[in-house]
Design a protein around this ligand. Sequence first.
Ligand SMILES: Cc1cc2nc3c(=O)[nH]c(=O)nc-3n(C[C@H](O)[C@H](O)[C@H](O)COP(=O)(O)OP(=O)(O)OC[C@H]3O[C@@H](n4cnc5c(N)ncnc54)[C@H](O)[C@@H]3O)c2cc1C
Length: 461
Amino acid sequence: MVPLSPISQVMTQTLHIIGGGMAGSEAAWQAANLGVNVVIHEMRPKVETFAHQTGNLAEMVCSNSFRSDDDEQNAVGLLHWEMRTAGGIIMTTADKHKLPAGGALAVDRDLFAEAVTATLTVHPNISVSYEEIDSLPDDGQWIIATGPLTSGKLATAIAAETGAEALAFFDAIAPILYHDSIDMTKAWMQSRYDKGETIEEQTAYLNCPMTKDDYEAFIDALLAAEKTEFKEGETAGYFDGCLPIEVMAERGRETLRFGPMKPVGLTNEHDPQNKPYAVVQLRRDNALGTLYNIVGFQTKMKYGAQTDVFKRIPGLENANFARLGGIHRNTFLNSPTLLDGQMRLKSKPNIRFAGQITGVEGYVESAAMGLLAGRLAVAEMRGETLGPVPNTTATGALVTHITGGADAKTFQPMNVNFGLFPPVDGLKSGRRGRKDRYKAYTDRAKVEWQAWLDQSALDDS
Ligand SMILES: Cc1cc2nc3c(=O)[nH]c(=O)nc-3n(C[C@H](O)[C@H](O)[C@H](O)COP(=O)(O)OP(=O)(O)OC[C@H]3O[C@@H](n4cnc5c(N)ncnc54)[C@H](O)[C@@H]3O)c2cc1C
């Protein structure tokens, strides 16, 4: 790759970042350290959200944890490692304000956010403008990193540009699990009524059969499970299309059997003579085929309850979940259709998106997308194009997923997980081989991330 041109050429241009949360702060830090003038436009404290409590940049709205710090066995730990290697402000500040939390990276949230705010505001290349931006800019270089609680006016402007159906306001997430943890001696592949032109389409769904006893026990467990309460105003506009499964069960014990669990049009290949009483269907969630989501199973059950209840489904007794279900307020784009591989809005390429609004989920993932968007923007301002981040790295796996790897029709926000990584050849699948497999993923990722950083030559020297 051609090294980027000297910083003097980009000092005259400004990168505008809307939103000074996890992603916006990281993007600003990366760009400013590479010699670009940055303005962060942050609406707080003038305009508040229901979750933020302060006017600080990089405020953690809920948990004070950046999750696992294990960079050998955990995908989010690997993302920490990649961000540290790239000199990321979120990770280096978290390290300074770390609290004891076992293998997790937890921090003192106030000291953390205050330190990020102080570091960014004294940076000679950064200024912070405390204002709400309510429209999409026509020119200049911009990154929109306004997060899950993007203000209403800006969300309206984004929806006008992208089409309302391409901007979601709620996460109605069905649980996603690893394909290699499903017991295929019980489950089978078949689309309802064998619909589809090709064998691939006719066998697109993974089916788990239930007897009457299984079904009744499942409904009992669902009704008894602990649920999370909705916050005020949280339910508006979503209830029509996607009821939580436990709400369906409360409406009548047979509701699910006539809804997402209907057994019609399916024959159990392991027991063709016996018609299942109900069927749970799973659908492929990524191009690699390593992840499957349970169709129609959005839920407000607490996480512990979800694993208990879903492991009752025949075939899922040993299921390993990549993410559990949920329903939350969350503004996010249908990125696979709207963004190019450089995270630019295809219809307005002077605007990049970063953070949770792109359809990643979590503080760390959001900051990682900020890190990448900041670097991509600087490269473009220098008249260069950074090569794609390998999808064998945590950062690359995430950006590949949101900009094309995920199925656009069922796109829902995603945490980083090893299911997004291309498999390493020749390793044992299933639970037994997991430790070696994860180590192989992280070893490979570290080499390739370092090579990408070196290759992209984004030094200011
Ligand atoms: C209630 C709730 C709880 C959550 N709990 C967790 C958790 O425990 N752990 C976890 O990892 N993730 C959690 N998340 C997700 C979390 O919000 C994201 O992971 C992370 O904060 C996203 O980073 P971001 O930079 O994309 O957005 P944010 O960190 O939210 O930053 C976006 C910033 O943009 C600003 N902004 C919005 N609109 C405008 C505008 N028009 N003009 C100017 N500024 C604007 C906001 O004020 C905000 O500062 C939670 C989210 C919510 C809503």
